[in-house]
Write a protein that binds this ligand. Structure first.
Ligand code: C2E
Ligand code: MG
Ligand code: MG
Length: 502
């Protein structure tokens, strides 16, 4: 910074005096006979030296001024930069307690500004930024400030103003920035997303206030741009928590923090365990056990689900192999794993499933892949061809949570599936002889008429079991029979069943 300041220094006052002094001295020696004696020359030289000294001081001040300008102002728009803005916010916040009035901060981020740069070149982009700065300034009172924080991000500080005033300013900003910018004889439009926060109590520093407004600006962008959002602490905390969880989730697989629990699938006629469903659990070192409902959506969004479910399939196959060896039966024990929507798009899915089955020498028919009904209803053609290929491997396919996605009969007929799992919500009402009972009966009949198997989910009471049996449903899962549990617990259940049948 100082280097640049020195280089940019214009011919200085002290060099001017120095030049004049040297010139006069030389002149007095060249024309000694002239009216000017040596004494006068020395006097001149003295005056010049004093001038040099005074000039150097003035230069120094100017240099300092220039350096300050560079350190605190944006060279393009001449607006305060982030450093100066934060300083002003700090000052304003310090005064909030005394004045009893809050300050508000707006962060204004341009939407689609890069395309102006791309289309018209950087200098056109620069001119737009300068004009944006001027338009923003025009939305404020004299006591308020506007700054350029970074690239296409600006900020505004409203002194003695709360959210109501700030949202009025935000509306004005959206309005003014909404007008065309003339660029190279054309009209160019840029929009903005604005985040707003206010500080009533002087409890925070400038940096965290701007970062709150920034977070709100991010929310405005996600909500569809060209709008403003007011910072909400709870939402921000939830976002932060989500972010933390995501970071930890990324490490969970390599740190071996996932385990599988297994829920027995029971034959309703005799209560025999015919198989299990593998359900993932995250054993978080600090938070304890986390349910899949809390992290699967996150894993799907982050693209981590594919690696996670690859592990689930392999681990479930390994466990099944061990159970099949330990508890041999005419009808070998089966296992189900849940497959997410993302996996159906994964080109390696087939290869991974085949590898898992082959690695443990399983009959592919003892592995069922469960896909939720809502997933199957999206993008049907592509999905159906993946399902056909999977079935070509010999594995079985189940529709999970059936009944909540409003699939039609003709639709169900087109899907290459073997099993339909009836959603818990139907099972819950089935014992009362209510509407759910009629619906469940309809579903079970329909599914059986297509030659498919039904599994009832979430059976919690004896009368639900009795009703399902009466409706002709053969298989069920639920807390009534067994909760999902660690492999060792399920092994004990299998041992007990083995002992009874022996
Ligand atoms: P799902 O496949 O429908 O699994 C059944 C869920 O119902 C399980 O919840 C199970 O614990 C719960 N459940 C079982 N019996 C009862 C009952 O009698 N009453 C009640 N109220 N609930 C019962 P869980 O384990 O929390 O799993 C939730 C969902 O997370 C699963 O629903 C599945 O869609 C997904 N999921 C679980 N593990 C995996 C996995 O490894 N990969 C993928 N992609 N998804 C998984
Ligand atoms: Mg399932
Ligand atoms: Mg289910």
């Amino acid at each position: 910074m100082a280097d640049r300041g020195l280089r940019r220094l214009r011919p200085s006052v002290s060099t001017g005096f120095l030049g004049a002094g040297v010139a006069l001295t030389v002149l007095s020696y060249l024309w000694p006979a002239g009216g000017w004696g040596k004494g006068a020359a020395v006097t001149f030289l003295g005056i010049c030296l004093v001038g040099v000294w005074a000039g150097a001081r003035m230069d120094r001040r100017r240099l300092e001024r220039e350096m300050r300008q560079q350190a605190l102002y944006d060279p393009l728009t001449q607006l305060p930069n982030r450093t100066l803005f934060l300083d002003r916010v700090d000052h304003a916040v310090a005064g909030t307690k005394r004045r009893g009035r809050p300050v508000a901060v707006l962060v204004v981020d341009l939407d689609g500004f890069n395309s102006v740069n791309d289309a018209f070149g950087q200098s056109a982009g620069d001119r737009v930024l300068v004009e944006v700065g001027q338009r923003l300034r025009g939305c404020l009172r004299a006591a308020d400030s506007v700054a350029r924080l970074d690239g296409d991000e600006f900020a505004m500080l409203l002194v003695d103003a709360g959210i109501p005033e700030a949202t009025q300013v935000a509306d004005r900003v959206l309005d003014r920035l909404g007008a065309a910018f003339p660029v190279q004889g054309r009209e160019v439009f840029v929009d903005a997303s604005i985040g707003i926060t206010q500080f009533p109590d002087g409890s925070k520093d400038g940096r965290s206030i701007v970062s709150d407004a920034d977070a709100a600006m991010g929310a405005a962008k996600r909500a569809g741009r060209r709008r403003y959002e007011v910072y909400q602490h709870d939402r921000h905390v939830a976002l932060l928590k989500r972010f933390e969880l995501l970071t930890e989730l990324r490490r969970a697989l390599e740190r071996r923090e996932f385990v599988l629990h297994y829920q027995p699938v029971v034959r309703l006629t005799d209560g025999r365990i015919v198989g299990t469903e593998a359900l993932i659990r995250w054993m978080h070192p600090e938070r304890g056990m986390i349910s899949p409902a809390d992290f699967i959506p996150l894993a799907e969004e982050a693209g981590l689900i594919v690696a996670m479910d690859r592990w689930v399939t392999a681990e479930a196959c390994r466990q099944l192999r061990s159970w099949q060896q330990r508890f041999p039966s005419e009808q070998p024990l089966a296992i189900s794993v849940n497959i997410s929507a993302r996996q159906l798009q994964d080109p390696d899915l087939l290869r991974d499933v085949r590898a898992a089955v082959e690695a443990f020498g399983l009959d592919p028919a003892s592995l069922t892949l469960e896909i939720t009904e809502t997933v199957l209803m999206q993008d049907t053609e592509a999905t159906i061809s993946v399902l056909r290929a999977l079935r070509g491997l010999g594995v079985r396919l189940a529709i999970d949570d059936f009944g909540i996605g409003f699939s039609s009969l003709s639709y169900l007929r087109r899907l290459p599936v073997d099993v339909v799992k009836i959603d818990r919500s139907f099972v819950a009402g089935v014992a009362t002889g209510s509407e759910e009972w009629t619906l469940a009966r309809g579903i079970i009949r329909l599914v059986h008429s297509l030659g498919l198997e039904t599994v009832a989910e979430g059976v919690e009471r004896a009368e639900q079991r009795a009703h399902l049996l009466a409706l002709g449903c053969r298989l069920a899962q639920g807390y009534y029979f067994a909760r999902p549990a660690a492999a060792e617990t399920v092994t004990e259940l299998l041992e007990q069943a083995d002992g009874r049948s022996a």
